[in-house]
Design a protein around this ligand. Structure first.
Ligand SMILES: Nc1ncnc2c1ncn2[C@@H]1O[C@H](COP(=O)(O)OP(=O)(O)O)[C@@H](O)[C@H]1O
Ligand code: SF4
Ligand SMILES: [Mg+2]
Length: 322
């Protein structure tokens, strides 16, 4: 069976004030039905651009410079507007960092849910959908500004999940919440998605939370997914030097006794396609061709890895030993 979501070599530029920023530089991702995938990476690595592209929700300044996105086999960039709306309505749901921005400030919560649920929705249905995100039925009478951040985010989740989408794209929806509320919201999303069979793409820089909740992890750097695979393997036995640095551990292939310094330097700000590996200036394992040859995807264990030296045990180990 083909995966629910396929992102293949997606490239996206932003153009503003005569400048070009390369936000995605050939990103690849596959998500099967019902899978929970955490997408991690430093700020600016392209997570939000990838999330938005999955719904063709990119801002006007963005330009798709190549690549394909398929949702249940349908090629998103080739769909007519009516078909795109159908795919969004029937298959996709989105939640963003700022819930207030995704709610209508002039309308009571219950009315907004009714609009999403469609004609014939009664107050009982609204109450049931609020209950699914652990909110009291009385919340229906509130306006968004009367809610706490955590409650507003639950309402946004209830709306995104109302149509029982096949895939929920969640872009750091808990980043602005305090830690206890964050865990409650995470519980609500992941248990609700498990009930409805909804797959999740969770964009986050919180590696720990992703490790606890997601079955798969994709690591982004410089607009590419540099490593993806089962969460336990990617985080426990990272094969890409950047993942290893993020996870605070040595690459799986490194020799014993290897110490990795926390990555010094700053993430790249690309203005066009990268000539080689964009991690090269910060990589402890860099070799000549890293600077001018783009690393292709290689399979290391259960992981897909973009690194010229992936799976080279002895050399990588020696490279980092001091
Ligand atoms: N609307 C925009 N206009 C111009 N540049 C943008 C815009 N949105 C994001 N970028 C740039 O694109 C790159 C990727 O950003 P983003 O997708 O937001 O990454 P992340 O979510 O991982 O922080 C960054 O360099 C960012 O500055
Ligand atoms: S391709 Fe080269 S620079 Fe990039 S991560 Fe691998 S070894 Fe490091
Ligand atoms: Mg972001």
């Amino acid at each position: 069976m083909s995966p629910l979501l396929v992102v293949d070599r997606l490239a996206v530029d932003y153009r503003a004030n005569g400048r070009t920023v390369r936000a995605l530089d050939g990103a690849d991702l596959e998500v099967a039905a019902g899978e929970t995938v955490g997408i991690v990476g430093e700020s600016g690595s392209g997570k939000s651009t990838l999330g938005a592209a999955i719904g063709r929700l990119l801002p006007r300044t963005a330009r798709v410079d190549g690549g394909v996105i398929r949702v249940a086999g349908e090629s998103l960039f080739e769909l007519a507007p009516a078909d795109l709306r159908r795919v969004r309505r029937e298959r996709l749901g989105f939640v963003f960092q700022d819930p207030i921005a995704s709610l209508d400030p002039t309308m009571r919560v219950g009315r907004q849910l009714t609009l999403v649920l469609g004609r014939g929705t009664g107050s009982g249905d609204v109450a049931a959908h609020l209950d699914r995100v652990k909110l009291d039925a009385r919340t229906a009478r509130s306006y968004p500004h009367e809610l706490s951040g955590g409650m507003a985010q639950r309402v946004a989740i209830a709306m995104a999940m109302a149509g029982e989408p096949e895939l929920l794209v969640a872009d750091e929806p808990t980043a602005a919440l305090d830690s206890q509320v964050r865990e409650e919201v995470l519980d609500v999303v992941f248990s609700l998605a498990a009930t409805t069979g909804t797959g999740i793409i969770w964009l986050s820089h919180d590696l720990a939370a992703v490790a606890r909740r997601c079955s798969r992890v994709a690591v982004m750097y410089g607009g590419r997914v540099v490593e993806q695979g089962p969460a336990a393997e990617v985080l426990g036995r990272p094969a890409h030097p950047y993942t290893a640095a993020l996870a605070g551990s040595a690459p799986a292939t490194a020799a014993r006794g290897t110490r990795l310094e926390p990555v010094p330097g700053r993430p790249p700000m690309l203005t066009g396609p990268s000539d080689g590996c964009s991690f090269a200036p910060r990589c402890a394992f860099v070799i000549d061709r890293c600077a001018h040859e783009r690393p292709p995807a290689v399979r290391v264990g259960d992981q897909d890895v973009l690194c010229h030296r992936a799976g080279e045990p002895a050399t990588i180990g020696q490279g980092a030993t001091t």
